[in-house]
Ligand binder design. Sequence first.
Ligand SMILES: NC(=O)c1ccc[n+]([C@@H]2O[C@H](COP(=O)([O-])OP(=O)(O)OC[C@H]3O[C@@H](n4cnc5c(N)ncnc54)[C@H](OP(=O)(O)O)[C@@H]3O)[C@@H](O)[C@H]2O)c1
Length: 293
Amino acid sequence: MDITSSTIALITGASSGIGEALAIALAGNGANVALCARRTNKLEAVAEAVRNAGGTPLVITADVTNRNAAEEAVRYTIETFGGIDILINNAGRGHLSSVEDTTQEQLESMFELNVYSLFYTAAAALPVMKQQKRGHIITVSSVAGKMAFPFNSAYVAAKHAAVGFTAALRAELVETGVEATVICPDGVATDWAGVTEGGPIGDIFVRGIRMSKQIAAERNLPRSPLQPLMSPHDVATVILQAIRNPRESDVFTHPGTYELAVQAATNRQALEQQYLPLYLGMREAYETRSTGE
Ligand SMILES: NC(=O)c1ccc[n+]([C@@H]2O[C@H](COP(=O)([O-])OP(=O)(O)OC[C@H]3O[C@@H](n4cnc5c(N)ncnc54)[C@H](OP(=O)(O)O)[C@@H]3O)[C@@H](O)[C@H]2O)c1
């Protein structure tokens, strides 16, 4: 789909990170961009940036885990701009805890945000998209939707569900003119790590990586391969490409991550061997998280 001044997009999680960068990138092509998240002040600042970039913003304060609020966000977009061409389900939050420490509340909130909300907004947008015979629903999952990391199990399970959701949606939408694509970013430099449920994940990762290097040296193992963080702007560029040229396959943002995902699906043992020092380092970092090293 071309992105022009008549394009209408709704982005959930548009108040920071990938959603913010994507809003500005769409605005650079003159698009009408509905910005949805919970923090109105942040959305107002993104709206200003969208205007400056040449787009038309619409601020929608909503918690997408509330079905009525999520549906209303879609309805308000359609009412204001006269339709909806692109829905980007990007709102999401991480999670940090071992399987046995994961509480019922954490499980529910991970799935409400990272999975259930996808159904709410998509269900509200689809009738209009199908009628238009044009539309694209983009789900921002994660590389964690294709392979696993320790101490993130609720997030990993939810992001795998987001990949499954998009695959099922794509199957439902054949020959309707409406596309469905899942984006699987690896690490991106955003607030994500700081707002992780269960505590900021950054410290565990930093200490886990440090410990993994020690473990690799002690056991004479190769260091775990880790992808460099990408900027939200670079991820937005990849998503724009996916909008312009929809592909049947899942979209990976980082070089090498697709290969890792294939390995996770076809030779998990080999992948786990590569990541063994990181898994062990993260376990040590997780187990010493409250007392420090
Ligand atoms: N950063 C990474 O390394 C990485 C890697 C792979 C995938 N991802 C995925 O990328 C997506 C965007 O994350 P990000 O990295 O850009 O982090 P971020 O800057 O923390 O963005 C998350 C966005 O989601 C919004 N949000 C959270 N809960 C919400 C709710 N209940 N209702 C509406 N909006 C809500 C937040 O806004 P408010 O707080 O204002 O509501 C914020 O705009 C997420 O789905 C994340 O899982 C991130």
